[in-house]
Design a protein around this ligand. Structure first.
Ligand code: FES
Length: 184
């Protein structure tokens, strides 16, 4: 009696067929895992919004994708002529994931039905600026950038004024829109 040895180029053995099937399954699972990972890693870059985002600053989300306006609160409740640190809940969509993100901004009521909303980040390298009421200035603790109450640069390395968000007032409620990017 002699054992049967498969010839080269003949039908694959059962072991080879099983290994091929396992390889295909592993490849399929790897591809399925890679898609959301790639979307997570590169989605913001593809849909990205802010030039200079690599200079050590986070990229603030914008409510552009779904709800274009996020409520900030009653306008009349804000002190006039004084930037107030406020947290706004923004709807965020990354791929198919919807969530909200708390974003800190400076809100200032400028009239009975008007306001400005400043981005918190210094336009130099993204450090959070601090409003100093006594000085009437926004101060950046990182490299000494100084902005006036309108967000204009007074001194230091910031290359441009503080960025602002779009605003609207409806029914006495202040709403925050998209970040207004320079040159956009
Ligand atoms: Fe504000 Fe440099 S990050 S002055």
């Amino acid at each position: 009696m002699s054992a049967t040895v498969p010839e080269s180029g003949s039908q694959p053995t059962r072991r080879e067929a099983v290994m091929s099937a396992l390889g295909a399954i592993v490849g399929f699972i790897g591809a399925a895992l890679a898609v959301p990972l790639v979307a997570f890693l590169f989605g913001p870059a593809v849909s990205g919004t802010r030039p200079g985002g690599l200079l050590g600053r986070s990229i603030p989300p914008t409510p552009r994708s779904r709800a274009p306006w996020s409520p900030v609160g009653e306008l009349a409740a804000l002190p006039q002529g004084q930037p107030t640190l406020t947290t706004v809940q923004l709807p965020v969509q990354e791929g198919w994931i919807q969530s909200t993100m708390a974003v800190a901004v400076y809100v200032e009521r400028t009239g009975p039905d008007s306001a400005v909303i400043f981005d918190l980040h210094c336009t130099h390298m993204g450090c959070p600026v601090v409003w100093n009421q006594a000085a009437g200035r926004f101060l950046c603790p990182c490299h000494g950038g100084v902005y006036d109450a309108n967000g204009r640069v007074l001194s230091g390395p910031p290359p441009r004024p503080l960025d602002r968000y779009a605003v609207k007032v409806d029914g006495g409620v202040l709403y925050m829109g998209a970040l207004q990017l320079p040159g956009a």
